[in-house]
Design a protein around this ligand. Structure first.
Ligand SMILES: C[S@@+](CC[C@H](N)C(=O)[O-])C[C@H]1O[C@@H](n2cnc3c(N)ncnc32)[C@H](O)[C@@H]1O
Length: 312
């Protein structure tokens, strides 16, 4: 990569000390950061893993990788940055001879850099085309979904991915007012459908979350990536994931729970027929949350939940 970009907004990585502890980072260890973003967590991991430590960082967003590239330049050959989708983590790592590994990190969702970046369409507070793709290689944008889905399909999507109780009313209004081209246009349509209300959360927040999840197939990718990364871990390697909403957290929690059991037969089956073998041990019973002082210093961290499992 020849060009570097200097971001005007910065992204503060969440729960850095908790992540280092969860990954049990050690000098000479080998780590995969599946969502390297601006490289904040990766930098902290490499500092502890040096000398001899290696990190492979993946991101779907080439602009994020440019920022990570300049931030991590001082680690030289200890870092390998790959543009790709983390659902392919296993193929990516194996094709670079990067397995087995001591730890894998997911820091899910989007970064403050992406939220603030002009033209990306992630924020309803920044006028931009309704895009929301993490990667320019993806073909479907938020505008495509908002303007082509049937009212029923749109309502289902807002309900499922935005957990929006007024999804039908909002979907009806979107369909009536389309074509919708920009973020602020969509935010106004949502306001027209359900009002501004007196709640802390703008009513467009959930709608933008739902569209972003759908555009980037975030839940499907996470499920595939958890399996792929589990298979990369060496004995007692750590699998760690930070999620920012309950849909992601439920996927991580259920994966860890299922993979830490020897039998996953339904409870009404009298004798085990599944032959399933536990591959993980859940390290922390519940999710680890940021400290109150971190939340005060970085409000974005308030919904973060970190889960940790160890390879058996
Ligand atoms: C919260 S940010 C990570 C920030 C990073 N930990 C740091 O300290 O700077 C999440 C990153 O994951 C990337 N991402 C989201 N889904 C992805 C996927 N399926 N494959 C690859 N990268 C993805 C986003 O582009 C974004 O840069």
């Amino acid at each position: 990569m020849s060009t570097t970009i200097q971001p005007t907004v910065s992204h503060t990585p969440v729960m850095v000390q908790e992540v280092l502890h969860a990954l049990a980072v050690q000098p000479g260890g080998r780590y995969v950061d599946c969502s390297v973003g601006g490289g904040g967590h990766a930098e902290a991991i490499l500092e502890v893993a040096s000398p001899g430590g290696l990190l492979l960082g993946i991101d779907a967003d080439p602009r994020a990788l440019q920022i990570a590239h300049s931030r991590l330049a001082r680690f030289g050959d200890a870092v390998l940055l790959v543009e790709g989708n983390f659902r392919d983590v296993q193929t990516i790592c194996r094709s670079h001879g990067f397995a087995p590994v001591h730890g894998v990190l997911f820091d899910l969702g989007l970064s403050s850099l992406q939220l603030a970046e002009e033209g990306r369409g992630f924020s309803f507070q920044v006028e931009a085309p309704l895009d929301m793709r993490f990667s320019p290689q993806q073909t479907v944008t938020a505008a495509d979904i908002a303007n082509t889905y049937t009212e029923e399909a749109l309502a289902d999507l807002l309900w499922r991915y935005g957990q929006e109780p007024r999804s039908r009313r909002i979907a009806r209004r979107i369909v009536r007012e389309r074509p919708l081209e920009t973020t602020t246009q969509l935010a106004k349509v949502v306001e027209k459908a359900v009002g501004r209300g007196h709640r802390r959360l703008h009513p467009a927040t959930r709608i933008f979350q739902a569209l972003r999840i759908a555009v980037n197939q975030e839940l499907e990718n996470l499920s595939a990536a958890l399996e792929g990364s589990r298979d990369l871990l060496g004995y007692s390697g750590r699998l760690t994931a930070i999620s920012f909403h309950s849909l992601e957290d439920a996927i991580v929690k259920n994966f860890f729970r299922q993979e830490s059991r020897d039998c996953i037969c339904p409870p009404d089956v009298p004798a085990c027929v599944c032959d399933h073998k536990a591959s993980l041990k859940v390290v922390t019973r519940g999710a680890i949350r940021p400290t109150p002082s971190e939340v005060a210093a970085n409000p974005r961290s308030r919904s973060a939940r970190l889960r940790v499992a160890e390879r058996l």
